[in-house]
Design a binder for this molecule. Sequence first.
Ligand code: ATP
Ligand code: MG
Length: 569
Amino acid sequence: MLASKMLLSTLKDVPQEAKIPSHILLLRSGMIKQEVSGVFLYMPLGLRVLKKIENIIREEMDNSGSLEILCSAIQPKELWEESGRWQKYGPELMRFKDRHEREFCLGPTHEEVFTSVVRDLVKSSKSLPLNIYQIQTKYRDELRPRFGLMRSREFIMKDAYSFDKDEAGLDASYKVMYDTYSKIFTRFGLNFRAVLADTGAIGGNSSHQFMALSEVGESDIAYCTSCGYAADLEKAESKCDIYEIGEEKNIEEIYTPNMKTIEEVSSYLKISPKKLAKTIIYYENINKEYVAVVVRGDREINEIKVINALNSTENDLRLATDEEIYKLGSIHGFCGPLNLNIKILVDEEITLTKNIIVGSNKKDYHLANVMYGRDFKGEVSCFRKAEADDLCPICGKPLKLERGIEVGQIFKLQTKYSKAMNCTYTNEENKPVPMVMGCYGIGVSRTLASIIEQNHDDSGIIWPLNVAPYHAVIVPINYKDEEQKALANKIYEQLKANHVEVILDDRDAKAGFKFKDWELIGIPYMIICGRNSKDNIVEFKIRKDVLNKVELDASKAIDEIIKAVKEIK
Ligand code: ATP
Ligand code: MG
């Protein structure tokens, strides 16, 4: 490809809206352009990378035995009513009406559509197990679209759905997808970790997320270097930390004037926050009830676990207002679980600690020596967030925390959709049995951004060879110089003849400007034709190794590139 014909549009400056390397570099390299917030278009170079990423995913999905189809983004309301998600999905679902007032949505995911396809086509258990996938555009009206392709409102996903006769079948299908995802992310050269995950709005009872490790990731991961346990922080467990077990004492009211926070009370009383309990009151919108959650003073509440315990959704849980708390007979800053006439969720650590200090529901007072069981009761489970150095729930060694980008997630859906939507097969007794389902997503465009997060430097992107928009670029210092032009053209033809995707920079521009462009764009190999062109000598640069430039015979550079391209996996 000739650089003069490539619609190149690199930017020198960092666009104001871009905050993380992948967003900055995708915009600066001209690979994507923003249409409106959270909506992007792919320019030629970006599209080439996207297609290569899609093809690697496609190859591995095909190898796993999954069948590719392509669905529309448009989905009728009726399908979503069958699964019950038309009501439950909330404002992320982009809904619209046609001219006849019929309602639709733009698919954020395709469980309903795939379930309806299989229910219509498959009747016999002979067709099972079945795994079908697509690579297709999804729509989610994200509250805060941000970080470019990481969290957009329109994005490309690979979504697959498996259909099995029974649980054992699902386990096997799930394992195949787990292994396939591991192969896919390994082929992208990503440093990733598969972690246990919450199942969220999709449902089901078992799930893993594939996390590309990165500081810019929006997910926190707890992991154990000793036994390999790893979980999204929303899901992570840890062994209870027992702070005080001494003798039981009687309740005492203590004066804590204006002390509303854990820090204020603990420093005033000169005691560890671990002796205090935090009581936070929420309003839950599905059951329309107030709920108090009690965790130890040094802990954070894990709202996902609260949502799951209440069978609610993220959109249906919010903090109660000061006014609401007052109406419940308490007061903001002094809430406590005693004499509070609402549902109480208690973190298990609280039940194992003696003589805790809690709010008294009365201004300026706390209660000391409170005991779970003796003085109050509630629904006990793990409602705290795991923290670094908490003990691993499996082996008891200290946990570590790190950040990751969720590039994929797999779920065991069981019969959630097949039951609701009547997707059954006929068993030996001629009875209809709901199929047992799994679903498996990869954020294709998010993966593209994640590869950049893990492969860049101050000059720009460093594409791995197998997803680079082009493998090599030839830069004549001066294309008007006949010798340089002749050598550059010769190398260009030879590389093309050997299946190397190559660019010839025929632009009439300063050499430094051209180098900067290709370093920003991240082309893996660069051949520079300069003064020694008449002797067939070029400069050869490998993008990964940006400081190293060697002079060598053109044929050597050509051979090295051809060899590397042949070895692409
Ligand atoms: P998140 O928690 O990041 O919002 P999710 O868990 O809602 O994502 P899934 O429903 O599991 O997402 O979708 C499958 C994959 O699609 C995710 O693992 C992620 O890689 C990708 N994805 C989800 N939402 C977006 C988005 N707004 N922009 C880009 N990719 C996305
Ligand atoms: Mg997910």
